[in-house]
Design a protein around this ligand. Structure first.
Ligand code: MSP
Length: 651
């Protein structure tokens, strides 16, 4: 009988910087699902890759003095190395610079043009000349300037192609609200209210201001908008409109596209619209997860945690990292990351619960039976609860995989592991061992423990593929014993099973010592990064024109204390602060919400530009400006010593 096809995809990543722990989540989650589906007997196609076009890549390559292709090649190698280290079992890796993908995108663009869904028009917006970028009103910084370089923007227009999305609005609304396309479905409301109800706007799908993209075949100078290029990867990778592969009919429509919330809109609205326009079937599910965050902010490298998955993996093992991120993230919510939470989780779940269960059980079989259990066993009604739990685990995990609730799957597996640990306390094998007459009972207890380990680790192996085979070696289980088919049966291991002593699978970590070492690592990394940045000043803004001291003193810079701070609901980039400038309190609005949570600022002393004329930012009055340094794309507020009195002037 031929196997049922199953197609799962991650987003394709921008190779614009090294991957961090946040990038690992989707890939590890999809890998776990792909592995589970393979165990279930599906013919799986698991796709991942890189999204290599666009202005940002072009700029970064230019900064480094290399071609865009050279630039992405280097980072793609880093991504691939990471995936291999994390034991990611992708079946295909797509690069949007691959020829076959380019052919597909060009064919799709032309087909949409021929069908009348793509038309030529004029793009109007705010243009930043130095950055050669168009911005919409809402993308501008808090001063109405370019969000990248913070210089003035001008009204400008350019010829561009547009994709008509309105014909699909009703069908998309139904897809989101009446089908189980979106997981979790609760997200449909924000999509419908924010994008569909106000009227689906036509999407600008070509650019002429930069070159690093897929050329529009019938109009020189235009390149295809990077999202049309990127989304098409899901079908070009199967051979849609190209000769590289021939698996479109077999695998399309996809079973699951998994993405994080920031790119949900593209997958929930634009991608279905493209497929509808091409008259292709729609994917079955779009699973949307939250972000791995630090203090409620999306991850960025500068926030005082080690986030390089390779560094973490080397210290704790790839499976521990996989386990931690999968266990922490609930579908539909963000999950907060810290090195400390991770280490505690590894200690409690992996070293204590699972590791101890395996090592205690194996040690007892070795100690009381020289490693081989006798055939003769004596069961007891008290065994039933553990046996029933273990036998029903597979169907619970199946359901979690169907619903993409991987954290729940892991929690359920660890319930059985905890129950088995409790069973050891209840049955007290060390007491049974004291009397030879109890040996059949003792053998039954140890057998039940080995069976519980077999079932839980066979299901766990989809999530932690590297370490589970080591457990199986210790409990003497064969590949057949730990198959999916056997995961809902109790009594699979031979009655006279032989166990083997092995290494500790998850060594306990000394939390304090480890955190100290990680902090040292962070300091060293920051120093290295700083030294590199200082070396040639290449990434720095050019120095401004010379001014006289009188000009400098026109700016009245004062020390002020942040008394309170809150987010502004309708302006995601802004924080509203009340500061004491020594004369009294005043309200200041600052565009630093991306990097700071209110609690990071309250009680701190900062530098205030105190004599700026008042301005309204998103309708909220601001009297002054908080001084911050631009570090790459990040802003860092300058905090000053608490002892400096409020109102002191900088001179
Ligand atoms: N290239 C686009 C995707 C195109 S798919 C047709 C893109 N790339 S990305 O590299 O910026 O992000 C890829 C995925 O990683 C996104 O789903 C993004 O949200 C996710 N993550 C990046 N940082 C993350 C966290 N800190 N936490 C969780 N996911 C994170 O968007």
């Amino acid at each position: 009988m031929s196997k049922k096809p199953y197609y799962i995809t991650t987003p394709i990543y921008y190779p614009s910087g090294n991957p961090h722990i946040g990038h690992c989540y989707t890939t590890v989650a999809c890998d776990s699902i792909a592995r589970y589906r393979r165990m279930q007997g599906y013919d799986v196609m698991f796709l991942t890759g890189t999204d290599e076009h666009g202005q940002k890549i072009e700029q970064k390559a230019a900064e480094k003095g290399v071609t865009p292709k050279e630039y992405v090649d280097e980072i793609v190698a880093i991504f691939k190395n990471l995936w291999s280290y994390m034991n990611i079992s992708y079946d295909r890796y797509i690069r949007t610079t691959d020829d076959y993908h380019i052919k597909t995108v060009q064919t799709i663009f032309k087909a949409l043009y021929d069908k009348g869904y793509i038309y030529k028009g004029e793009y109007k917006g705010k243009y930043c000349t130095p950055c050669e970028s168009f911005w919409t009103e809402s993308q501008l910084d808090e001063n109405g300037k370019c969000p990248e370089c913070h210089r003035d923007v001008v009204e400008a227009k350019e010829e561009a192609y547009f994709f008509k999305m309105s014909p699909f609005a009703d069908r998309i609304e139904k897809l989101l609200t009446e089908t189980d396309y979106l997981q979790p479905k609760t997200r449909a409301v924000e999509l419908v209210n924010n994008f569909i109800k106000p009227g689906l706007e036509d999407l600008c799908v070509s650019r002429t201001s930069f070159k690093w993209g897929i050329p529009v075949t019938f109009d020189e100078g235009h390149v295809v908008y990077v999202w049309i290029d990127a989304l098409s990867n899901y079908i070009s990778a199967l051979g849609y409109e190209n000769d590289a592969y021939n698996e479109f009919d077999k695998f399309w429509p996809a079973d699951v596209h998994m993405v994080a919330k920031d790119i949900m809109r593209f997958h929930a609205i634009i991608w279905p619209a493209m497929l509808m326009a091409l008259e292709l079937p729609l994917p079955k599910h779009l699973a949307v997860h939250g972000w791995i965050t630090f203090n409620g902010q999306k991850m960025s490298k500068s926030l005082g945690n080690v986030v390089d998955p390779l560094v973490l993996g080397e210290r704790y093992g790839a499976d521990s990292i996989r386990y931690h991120i999968l266990r922490e993230m609930a579908l539909g919510a963000d999950s907060s990351f810290s090195n400390e939470i991770m280490i505690n989780r590894i200690n409690s779940d992996l070293a204590n619960d699972l590791g101890n269960l395996v090592s205690r059980t194996v040690a007892m079989v070795l100690k009381y039976f020289d490693g081989t259990l006798p055939e003769e066993k004596q069961s007891d009604p008290m065994d039933e609860e553990l046996i029933t739990m273990a036998k029903s685990l597979r169907s619970i995990v199946d359901e979690c995989i169907d619903n993409t609730t991987l954290n729940i799957a892991l929690a359920e597996i660890f319930k059985v592991i905890s129950r088995a640990n409790k069973y050891i306390d209840e049955t007290a094998p060390w007491a049974l061992a004291k009397d030879e007459a109890n040996k059949p009972r003792l053998a039954a207890v140890l057998y039940n423990l080995l069976e519980s380990i077999r079932i839980s680790t066979s299901l766990l192996s989809a999530f932690m593929p590297t370490t589970m085979p080591k457990v199986w070696e210790q409990i003497g289980a064969t590949a057949e014993d730990v198959s999916y088919e056997n995961a809902d049966k109790f009594g699979v291991l031979p009655q006279n099973i032989t166990v083997h002593k092995g290494d500790i699978i998850f060594p306990r970590i000394d939390v304090n010592k480890e955190i100290e070492e990680l902090n040292e690592l962070i300091r060293a990394q920051a120093e290295k990064a700083q030294a590199e940045a200082d070396k040639d000043g290449a990434n720095l803004e050019p120095l401004a024109d010379i001014i006289g001291i009188d000009d400098f003193f026109k700016a009245d810079l004062r020390i002020a204390e942040v008394k309170s701070c809150e987010k502004i609901p309708k302006a995601k980039k802004l924080l509203k602060l009340i500061v004491n400038d020594g004369f009294g309190e005043r309200q200041v609005v600052s565009g630093i919400a991306k990097w700071y949570a209110p609690e990071d600022l309250i009680g701190k002393k900062i530098i205030l530009v105190a004599n700026l004329s008042p301005a309204k930012l998103c309708g909220v009055e601001s009297n002054g400006m908080i001084v911050a340094a631009s570090v790459g794309e990040d802003a860092r507020v300058i905090f000053v010593d608490k002892d400096i009195p409020n109102g002191s002037r900088l001179s």
